[in-house]
Design a protein around this ligand. Structure first.
Ligand SMILES: NC(=O)c1ccc[n+]([C@@H]2O[C@H](COP(=O)([O-])OP(=O)(O)OC[C@H]3O[C@@H](n4cnc5c(N)ncnc54)[C@H](O)[C@@H]3O)[C@@H](O)[C@H]2O)c1
Length: 281
């Protein structure tokens, strides 16, 4: 095998590395974990107990080989994260990769007539606080708590999962429902844009903060994933995407593996937008 052929494999090889994925039992987090496990990493899925991270981690081990671990943890709780860190370090001895993926994804399509909670004028402070707590404060706490283990090791990679809505405004026409008055039309919640934009800021901040410790920090901004949304919604969304379709749920795996592996060894502080071209329009 030539040196270059060999390098094509070693650049993406994660054998012996330990990777944490928050929200790892959810739709995309599980697929992010799967590609890291397939590349050889011991993957730790951190998620709320209700999402059954232990069962999902067992599926990764069965499918890919490396020992994977599911830990029930609430990323808004320092105590819960410190306990998780202790379990991970006891079991694997290190933390090499952190994907800050967990977020609240409030479903505006479930909004009931006469209760337009998603609209800015009505948006509950409690929902604002809850969304910021998971999507932003959770990423800060995980970076602080797991990042210090990386500092002690003098290496590591953090990947923050932002969104195309971290770089463009939501097009609220996508969420409109026939027959509802203007002041009852559902909208993409303000917290989604705020959390995702702020994660890109957190990415830049951390990337220069820990460069001396060889910790790279990048963001990925995925576009929408098809997960059975109604035709009325997808038809409007497809028209806004140059590639004319939403993403498949495993379609971010290549970018995630690139950003978490040595293939991106000279890249830090950046936001990789993977959105079928939506944000270039
Ligand atoms: N699905 C998409 O179309 C899409 C598009 C762009 C970006 N994203 C982003 O990708 C990420 C994953 O999205 P998804 O569609 O897989 O969502 P999802 O709702 O399926 O997964 C989110 C996971 O986070 C977990 N979680 C929530 N609160 C938590 C807490 N306090 N502690 C620990 N875990 C917690 C949930 O239990 C869930 O398993 C999110 O950041 C989302 O904003 C998704």
């Amino acid at each position: 095998m030539s040196t270059t052929t060999n390098r094509a494999q070693t650049l993406f090889d994660l054998t012996g590395r330990v990777a944490i994925v928050t929200g790892g039992a959810g739709l995309l987090g599980f697929h992010h974990g799967a590609i890291l496990a397939a590349a050889g990493a011991n993957v730790v899925l951190l998620d709320l107990d209700v999402a059954n991270p232990a069962m999902r981690a067992a599926q990764l081990t069965d499918a890919h080989g490396p020992e994977c671990l599911g830990i029930a943890a609430d990323i808004t709780s320092e105590g819960s994260l410190e306990a998780a860190r202790d379990i991970i370090v006891d079991r694997f001895g290190r933390i090499d990769i952190l994907i800050n993926n967990a977020a609240n994804n409030p479903k505006v399509e479930d909004q009931k007539p006469g209760q337009p909670w998603s609209r800015l004028e009505n948006f509950p402070l409690q929902t604002w606080n809850a969304d910021i707590a998971v999507g932003l404060t959770g990423a800060f706490l995980c970076s602080r708590i797991f990042g210090q283990q990386m500092v002690a090791q003098n290496s590591g990679v953090i990947l923050n999962v932002a969104s195309d809505l971290g770089v463009i405004a939501p097009d609220q026409r996508l969420y409109r429902k026939e027959g509802l008055p203007e002041d009852e039309q559902p909208v993409k919640p303000v917290t989604y844009s705020v959390v995702k934009t702020a994660l890109i800021g957190l990415t830049r901040y951390l990337s220069t903060y820990w460069t001396a410790h060889n910790i790279r920090v990048n963001a990925i901004s995925p576009g929408g994933v098809f997960a059975g949304q109604p035709d009325e919604f997808t038809t409007k969304l497809h028209a806004l995407i140059p590639m004319g379709r939403m993403a498949h749920k495993d379609e971010y795996q290549g970018a995630v593996l690139f950003l978490c592996s040595d293939a991106s060894s000279y890249m830090t502080g950046q936001n990789l937008i993977v959105d079928g071209g939506r944000s270039v329009l």
